[in-house]
Design a protein around this ligand. Structure first.
Ligand code: ATP
Ligand code: MG
Length: 394
């Protein structure tokens, strides 16, 4: 029996003129994530994308796993193509294809959709007849139209008739690439990979920036960030990661600036450098993993001082979330276990004993003057290291 995958597109975002653009991008993104699994034909009609495997060796479970991570898909399911587009063929296929699921439940119902209006039976007839065929094959079953354990769906579409069981919830969101480009400031912590995932979900294509301070931070700390981004890239698609050499700047902060402002000055310089990287690569916003009140540098006053350093919008998707809520998402996207590996981040190398929770912007700016950071920023930007993050060698 030939099996395919049907993926339903999000309805809300698709209204209006953007629809075509969303659909084209979504199909491109699906093709990209599954192309290493074999050859596929992909069709798009009536808010449903049909993925038809062309090779016999293709493992549909694996395809589903990838499709389940593509933003812009609300639900998806495996389905069997009926040999012919006829009622007889539907009645034969339904009990056969779903026999395992039908054997393990007590109640079911059949829903039928006929988008090919030339098909000689109307939807209620198709549903009734299919229900009858299932009952004959599985006499233990009862029809329950209100809360069935299994809903069997028959769809009669342009080319084929399909039979399928329950649909699985997709990744939701908007196709990556339809929401512009932004720079994610990525550390090795729990929060920033989650922030990256959340903004990719809103259609943003990511570029990653990571600050490293060797020898205070190790090569393994950087490799940890690469591992995290590979997990994120399963959802967001491939991206570039820029590693910024940050040692000279951090040592200068420690030497020349007041201790209680160490962290904030460092955060502001991160924003300035990230903005430069963003603008040079056509990115329109910065993303961080900050959450209000989580640490001293994330009070409302501290965030104001951080914002002041950059002239691009700063997206903080975790701003209103509790740590546990963030951790729950990190489990879901499988970054948690990597994030808790114990390598030093440059943020934790020079932490002040008594950081300011109510900082004064003018004092920070005056302290920054003392550091004369401009030439160091230029040097850091000249010495960026680029790593291409892809998911395929996982
Ligand atoms: P995370 O878990 O993401 O490290 P955090 O709660 O530890 O966040 P901070 O260490 O104060 O918070 O960092 C706040 C944000 O600053 C991070 O979420 C990240 O976006 C950015 N950031 C921190 N360290 C780095 C770094 N070494 N390189 C790039 N961005 C960083
Ligand atoms: Mg951190």
């Amino acid at each position: 029996m030939k099996e395919i995958i049907l993926a339903k597109i999000g309805e809300l975002v698709l209204k209006g003129l953007n629809r075509r653009q969303f659909e084209d991008k979504l199909i491109k993104n699906i093709k990209k994530t599954i192309r290493h699994l074999g050859e596929f034909e992909i069709k798009n009609a009536q808010s449903t994308i049909t993925i038809i495997p062309k090779d016999d060796f293709i493992d549909l479970d694996e395809v589903c796993e990838h499709v389940g991570r593509v933003f812009g898909i609300v639900t998806y399911s495996r389905a069997a193509i009926c040999e012919e587009k006829s009622l007889d063929s539907i009645l034969k296929t339904a009990p056969e294809y779903l026999s395992e699921q039908l054997s393990s439940v007590k109640t079911f119902k059949v829903e039928a959709r006929r988008s090919d209006k030339r098909f000689p039976y109307k939807s209620p007839e198709i549903a009734r007849e299919t229900g009858g065929a299932i009952l004959r094959a599985f006499p233990h079953l009862k029809v329950d139209v209100h809360s069935p354990e299994l809903t069997v769906t028959v769809e009669v579409r342009d080319y084929y008739a399909y039979v399928r069981g329950a649909a699985i919830r997709g990744a939701g969101g908007i196709p990556v690439g339809t929401g512009g480009k932004a720079v994610i400031l990525i550390s090795g912590g729990i929060d920033s990979p989650v922030a990256a995932y959340m903004m990719a979900k809103r259609g943003i294509r990511l570029t990653a920036v990571h600050f490293a301070s060797p020898p205070y931070t190790s090569e393994r700390a950087e490799q940890k960030v690469v591992k995290l981004l590979k997990k994120v890239a399963l959802y967001s698609g491939d991206m570039n990661m820029y590693t910024v050499p940050f040692t000279e700047i951090q040592e200068t902060i420690r030497k020349k600036c007041p201790e209680d402002y160490f962290t904030l000055i460092m955060r502001r310089l991160m924003m300035k450098i990230s903005e430069r990287i963003a603008r040079e690569r056509g990115c329109q916003a910065l993303i961080t993993g900050e959450s209000l009140g989580q640490v001293a540098s994330q009070t409302i006053g501290a965030l104001g001082c951080t914002d002041d350093a950059a002239n691009l919008p700063v997206f903080r998707p975790l701003i209103g979330m509790d740590k546990q809520e963030i951790i729950d998402i990190s489990y879901k996207i499988d970054t948690y276990d990597i994030s808790i590996e114990p390598y030093e981040d440059c943020c934790t190398v020079f932490t002040p004993k008594h950081p300011r929770t109510k900082p004064v912007l003018e004092r920070i700016k005056a302290a920054e003057e003392l550091g004369e950071f401009e030439p160091m920023i230029e040097r850091a930007l000249e010495n960026l290291k680029v790593t291409y993050i892809n998911t395929k060698d996982e």
